[in-house]
Structures are given as structure tokens and as C-alpha cells.
Design a protein around this ligand. Structure first.
Ligand code: ZN
Ligand code: ZN
Ligand code: FE
Length: 753
């Protein structure tokens, strides 16, 4: 008889880990105990040498699906007089924390129970050790029921028996519940005078199905907040939903009944099916095959698809005739997704057909995750949230303890450091919006409590006006400020644990440079500590400053004026003819007198300008719409030659490109111009990389920044660099956009200290 102390770290709590260990122990005739502490799962195991060895091997080999073991440590222990194996009470032993599981989609076994288990027939919040809400309901560690918003629900005797029975799948499943003891759904509707409500689940489903088939809209409380839903094949319903959300042009996500149905509507491959069906259930953007209501995709030939992930979704589809539901965040415009039932009721009362709530509190608000599938390259994260957060990014041999990274502004996300783990917050929205900023502050508080985090060092963007910078400043602890694009590149370095020098191509909409100008087309030579700006696009004034984001025609004028001066009026440019002369002259005056016209090298703005010149719109209805439309029209046919451009002193000028685009406008279709333009940027990127490799011998390249959400640009530059024998690194765990900035800030801060 020998004994071992075993410590298991990783995502090992809230995923059915202790019951799994318990069953494994009885299988191998192991005696001892297992318990959760705030930092890990600890096991005392004793038995025959051979079975103990098998037991330890099986821990890693047979772990539950949502578990993610990072380390298993074993130490020799003295045998003790145990004749059973037991699950002991959880303990708080230090300030270290174990990983918290992300929320997990309902499992197959629970879907079976939904139809067969007498006390859980149609129970819409059914869950077990292997599935159900986790991060969204946790207040504190260790992950035990009293530390979650399930604490208000007392288990009935049947649930209690299951909870305490090691042979049961719900053994120590913290959110375990049933029809008689668990949280319930309620449907709220209203007539002129009063609110009518029912919590009969059959009734709720029938009313919803009938309403949805007539084109009505409902608000439905999901795992991390409310969704607004309607029939995705009913144009009236979808355009009504657009009005209610005040969302003019951004495509809506669609939940499909199942993968077979989705296959009729979109092009799938095994990789996409696997991501869509994983326990994380993100929205995946894929090429569409068959049209839904036209207001769903707004002219784009892709669809943001997801599969049901809550038991309620499955129950609802059983009653529905439609196979596809618009499933969009329940918020107004760009505010945070609503989580509070009373706010939901007051926001949508009489505007929609009904609000479907359940009486369990959402502790951590969390939106759906969004991933863009890339056919000939790695998939790209657009938004990292439900199903992924709060899984940490681990960097071996580093210590991030006590570092708070504030992130950027437009795609608010912060990060906290715990030992060698970086825990990124969920997507928090545009921090210029006050409600989103409050969400940021609240989430910071939640993270400090949950992860026992005490900030000792803060790191923020250089930009003095970012709300994240201001937040970091008011913490009153030492602050490091790092350049935006250095942080972009460092975020990818952190993902891959890169410590040496790389070529960082960081292209995006905006980021403050060290020369006080706006950067966004950077070729940086980077280590985790330092960067040198090697090359960039030439500076163009942005008349009106931030206003160019909503009025990109200003940028287009600035480009034309920079290259052609007053001769721009002699050129027969379509969009210029649609603008009032006086407006244009105001812009020219602003540029000439340098009134609120900061210099910018932003790639995003260049895309804006070209899109305007190609007549794709003057005012976008959502962020980055024009660059997205420019990409969308790009011809799929073989290429013409890219446009000419010039490189002088490592500054890339597109004067010749614009001249040729202008000539082409009269000769060839816009989809070819769009393609030639994209190919021009790819060629410029490649040439600069070759120059750097020739001069400095660096061959690792990182592609990062929001502009690389452009699939055409990304895959072409990626594949061409690889063909030229560069070692190319991109993001696999976080978005290339500003949602990844906090990770890079953290990496830089820990390198400098
Ligand atoms: Zn389950
Ligand atoms: Zn019960
Ligand atoms: Fe950025």
C-alpha cells in the first residue's frame, strides 16, 4: 500500500471534476479523499502501486469535456488508515485561485433527461456536472453552491439525493435543480392596463411559438444576459427588430435548430461544425448559402450562426415551425446587454410581444462570443466572451501577479495577472458609452473579489483620454503606459510565448503614437520590452478628428487633396459631386490651417477613403462598415496586377495607387478595383518584411490589429509571407482587435519589471 498527494490545476472546478475523481477512485480501488480549494483540486490517494499508477494516468486521460488540466503534481505521502474514498468540504487556503470554468452548453445526457426524468420533464434549466452555467453565476471561490446565485434555491429531497450520490451524474453539480425546487421561467406580457404573467412552461412555449410564427419579437433571458429574438425568415419581424434595437446596418446573429438545418443555409466543413457544436457554442461567421430575411445579413454574403446552448432553446425549437431565430443582444444600440429583469421589463414593455425571464440572478454579464471562420487560414476571434472567459492565457516562466492591464477604448477588455496566468475580462463594449464604462468598473470589482486580485501595478494605453487610462490612473498605484500598436504585437507574442525580436505588422483604425500623431499602419521591430517603428503609411490629415469615423467622406477628401490639391475638382469623382461645395471648402480650410486635423497613418482610414471613392457609402451605420463592404465586393476571380505605390525612407505612399484607382473607375468594375487595392497592401506588407529581413535578419512576423479581421487581406498576406519562408504568428485565443490590447499591455509590463 502506497500513498500520494496529488494537486491538479487548470479548469478543474465546476466541470464535474471531483465526482469524476470519486468514480475513478472506486474503479481503481483507491482510498483517500478529494477536495477543492481556492487554488486547485487536491487528492490524497492510496492503494496498490499498480492501481495508483493507473488512477493517476486516467486523471489526465479521461477528464470531463470542459475540464482543462494544466498541471498534475504528485508527491509521496505517508499511508493513512483510510478505508473509503470521500469528497471533503472545500477550503480556502490562500489568495491563489483555481481557474473558473466558462459557461457550458447543455449536454446530451441532460437533453435525454429532459424527456425522461420524471422530476425534470421539460425543466428548462436542467444541468449536471458536465454542463450548465458557471462563470455567469459565480460570485466567489471555491465553486460551491453558496458562492453562486443558486444559493437562493434550496434543493428538494430528490435533488439532494442526487447531489450526494457519487454514482449520480449530478453528484456535487452546484446548480442542480428540478421542476419542484429550481429557478423558473416566467413570461411577462401586457395589455393596456396591466402586466399578465405565467410561469407554466408549456404555456410559455406555446405563446412564444404562436407569437414568433406571426412575426412577433420576444426578449429571452439567456446565460449571460437578455437576447431579443424573432423569426429569421420573416422580413417584417426582422426589420421591426432593427427599429427596436436602433441598429441600422450591422448583421444579426441567427440561432439554427440544428446543424442539419444550418447546412441548408450555410457552407460548413468539419472544423466549423466542431467549433459550432463545442460546449462553448460561439457565434461563427460563415459563408451563407440560402437567404434568410434580407434584413438579417444586410447585403453581406456571410451569416453569424450559432446552435442552441440552453435547454430552453431546445424546448422552444420543438414548438417552433421556423428553423432559424434571430438571436441578438438585448441592449439598446451599443449599451451593455441587459441582465436585470426589471430593466428588461421597463425597456421593452409594450414594444415587443413579451419578456421571458427566469428568477436566477446573472452575476457576471456576458455576451455571446464571435469567431470568424477563415477558409484558407486560421479562424479569427472577433469577440471573446461566453464559453471562453475567464479561461486564462498561460505564459510559462512569467509572473504577472498583481498587474492590472486596462486595455483600450473601443473594444473594452481588461486583464488581471495571477502568477503565470493572464485572465482577460469578457468583451465590455465601447467605453465612450457611460453604461459600458460602468460595466467595466463593475466587472473589475467582480474580478478582484472572485480572483482575490489586488492590483499593485497598472498598465494602460498612451492615450490620455481613454476611459481605461483614466480608470488605471485613479487606482493610485504605479502606472506604466504603453504604445497601442506595441501592445497589439505583444498580445500575439504573449499567446505564443515569444521572447525574441519580431516584425510586428499592426494595422488598425486608431492608436496614439509616441509622436502624438495617430498611428495605425505600423511595421514595428519588437521585443516584449521595446519597439522601434520601422515603417508606416504616409500621414494624412483627418479633418474633424474623431468625426472622420462617422463621416469617412472627410478622410476621402483629405486623401484626394493630399495627392491632387485643388486639381481634385477637375477629376470627375462621383462622391465629390454629391457633396456640397461649401462643405468641401470647409474641410480644405481645416486641413490648410491645421484646425482639428490630426495627422494619421491609419490603415482603417485608408480603407474608409477607398470605400468612399468607390461609392460604397458616405456614412457607415456601424463600426468598420465601409472597410467590411470593400472587402465584401472584392472579386473572387484571378487578379490583375496590384496598384503601384512608393516607399521613401520606409514611408509608404499611395499617391500612385489613388491615381490608378481613379483611372480604373472609368474602365473596370469596382470588385476588381477592390481586389487590386487589397493586393497592393499585401504587396506593400511583403516588401517591407523582406526589407527588414534583409537589413536585420528577423524572420518572425506577427499580423495583428483590427484591420486583420479582413479575411482577404489577412489570408493573402499570411500565405504570401509563409510562401516567402517567414515564420508567421497570428492570434488563436484572443481577437486581433482592441479586445486583445490588455493581454499585450500585461506582457510588456511584466517584461519591463
Ligand atoms: Zn448535463
Ligand atoms: Zn429538485
Ligand atoms: Fe487597435
Amino acid at each position: 500500500m502506497i500513498a500520494r498527494n496529488i494537486t491538479v490545476r487548470g479548469v478543474v472546478q465546476g466541470v464535474g471534476f471531483r465526482p469524476f475523481i470519486y468514480r475513478l477512485a472506486s474503479q481503481h480501488r483507491i482510498k483517500g479523499w478529494v477536495k477543492n480549494t481556492n487554488e486547485a483540486v487536491h487528492i490524497f490517494a492510496q492503494g496498490e502501486e499498480k492501481s495508483l499508477k493507473l488512477f493517476i494516468e486516467d486523471i489526465a486521460a479521461k477528464a470531463p469535456q470542459a475540464a482543462n488540466i494544466t498541471t498534475i503534481e504528485t508527491a509521496i505521502a505517508k499511508p493513512e488508515p483510510f478505508d473509503t474514498f470521500e469528497i471533503q468540504n472545500s477550503e480556502n487556503v490562500s489568495e491563489a485561485v483555481t481557474q473558473v470554468s466558462p459557461d457550458i452548453a447543455v449536454c446530451e445526457d441532460c437533453l435525454y433527461d429532459l424527456e425522461h426524468q420524471p422530476h425534470r420533464i421539460n425543466y428548462p434549466l436542467i444541468n449536471c456536472c458536465h454542463c450548465g452555467p458557471r462563470f455567469s453565476i459565480i460570485e466567489n471561490l471555491p465553486y460551491d453552491r453558496p458562492n453562486t446565485s443558486m444559493k437562493e434555491f434550496e434543493m428538494c429531497s430528490i435533488c439532494q439525493n442526487e447531489y450526494h450520490n457519487p454514482a449520480n451524474r449530478r453528484f456535487h453539480a452546484q446548480p442542480v435543480a428540478c421542476n419542484s425546487c429550481g429557478p423558473r421561467y416566467t413570461l411577462f406580457q401586457w395589455n393596456d392596463e396591466q402586466t399578465i404573467q405565467t410561469d407554466d412552461i408549456e404555456m410559455i412555449l406555446k405563446i412564444m411559438a404562436a407569437g414568433i410564427s406571426k412575426g412577433k419579437i420576444f426578449a429571452l433571458k439567456s446565460t449571460g444576459g437578455y437576447n431579443l429574438i424573432c423569426d429569421a425568415t420573416n422580413e417584417n419581424a426582422v426589420s421591426n427588430l432593427r427599429n427596436i434595437k436602433r441598429r441600422e446596418g450591422k448583421p444579426f446573429a441567427v440561432m439554427f435548430r440544428n446543424i442539419e438545418v444550418l447546412e441548408e443555409y450555410a457552407y460548413l466543413n468539419e472544423n466549423v461544425k466542431q467549433v459550432l457544436g463545442s460546449f462553448r457554442r460561439p457565434i461563427v461567421i460563415i459563408p451563407s448559402k440560402k437567404a434568410l430575411a434580407s434584413s438579417v445579413s444586410m447585403g453581406f454574403d456571410t451569416i453569424g450562426a450559432l446552435l442552441p446552448y440552453m435547454p430552453f432553446h431546445y424546448l422552444l425549437f420543438k414548438h417552433l415551425s421556423t428553423d432559424a431565430l434571430v438571436m441578438t443582444s438585448g441592449n439598446l444600440h451599443d449599451e451593455p446587454i441587459i441582465i436585470d429583469d426589471s430593466v428588461a421589463l421597463s425597456s421593452w414593455r409594450q414594444k415587443i410581444e413579451g419578456v421571458v425571464a427566469y428568477n436566477r440572478k446573472i452575476v457576471n454579464r456576458i455576451d455571446d462570443s464571435v469567431i470568424m471562420h477563415v477558409e484558407n487560414g486560421p479562424d479569427i476571434f472577433i469577440r471573446r466572451a461566453r464559453g471562453y472567459v475567464p479561461e486564462p492565457i498561460i505564459v510559462e516562466n512569467r509572473n504577472f501577479e498583481g498587474i492590472f492591464a486596462a486595455g483600450a477604448e473601443l473594444t473594452g477588455t481588461f486583464a488581471i495577472g495571477k502568477a503565470n496566468e493572464i485572465i482577460l475580462s469578457q468583451y465590455l463594449g465601447d467605453l465612450k458609452n457611460y453604461e459600458n464604462y460602468l460595466f467595466y468598473c463593475q466587472t473589475f470589482e467582480n474580478f478582484c473579489r472572485l480572483f482575490r486580485f489586488k492590483p499593485k501595478l497598472a498598465v494602460s494605453d498612451l492615450h490620455p483620454d481613454y476611459h481605461s487610462t483614466l480608470f488605471a490612473k485613479q487606482l493610485g498605484i504605479p502606472l506604466i503606459q504603453v504604445q497601442h500598436h506595441h501592445a497589439h504585437v505583444a498580445s500575439a507574442m504573449a499567446e505564443h510565448g515569444i521572447e525574441d525580436t519580431v516584425i510586428g505588422i499592426a494595422w488598425d483604425g486608431t492608436g496614439l503614437g509616441t509622436d502624438e500623431k495617430i498611428w495605425g499602419s505600423e511595421f514595428l521591430i519588437c521585443t516584449p520590452q521595446h519597439f522601434e517603428r520601422f515603417a508606416h503609411f504616409e500621414y494624412i490629415p483627418l479633418p474633424g478628428g474623431d468625426r472622420v469615423v462617422d463621416e469617412p467622406w472627410r478622410t476621402a477628401i483629405a486623401y484626394c487633396y493630399t495627392f491632387w490639391k485643388e486639381k481634385l475638382f477637375d477629376k470627375d469623382i462621383e462622391f465629390i459631386k454629391t457633396l456640397e461645395r461649401s462643405k468641401i471648402f470647409n474641410i480644405l480650410t481645416a486641413i490648410n490651417k491645421n484646425i482639428n486635423s490630426p495627422q494619421s497613418s491609419s490603415a482603417g482610414r485608408l480603407f474608409d477613403a477607398v470605400a468612399v471613392i468607390l461609392g460604397l457609402g458616405l456614412r457607415p451605420t456601424f463600426h468598420a462598415e465601409l472597410p467590411m463592404r470593400l472587402e465584401a465586393i472584392t472579386s473572387k476571380l484571378p487578379s490583375f496586377e496590384p496598384y503601384p505605390f512608393e516607399i521613401n525612407n520606409n514611408i509608404i505612399s499611395f499617391a500612385a495607387t489613388f491615381e490608378e484607382i481613379f483611372n480604373d473607375l472609368k474602365k473596370i468594375d469596382k470588385d476588381y478595383i477592390a481586389k487590386k487595392f487589397h493586393d497592393t497592401l499585401v504587396k506593400a506588407g511583403l516588401e517591407i518584411c523582406e526589407k527588414i529581413r534583409y537589413e536585420k535578419g528577423i524572420e518572425k512576423v506577427i499580423l495583428t490589429g483590427g484591420t486583420f479581421q479582413n479575411k482577404y487581406l489577412f489570408t493573402n498576406l499570411f500565405n504570401k509571407l509563409i510562401a516567402k519562408k517567414f515564420k508567421v504568428y497570428t492570434h488563436t485565443k484572443i481577437p486581433p482587435n482592441d479586445g486583445g490590447i490588455a493581454l499585450g499591455q500585461m506582457y510588456i509590463a511584466s517584461s519591463q519589471h
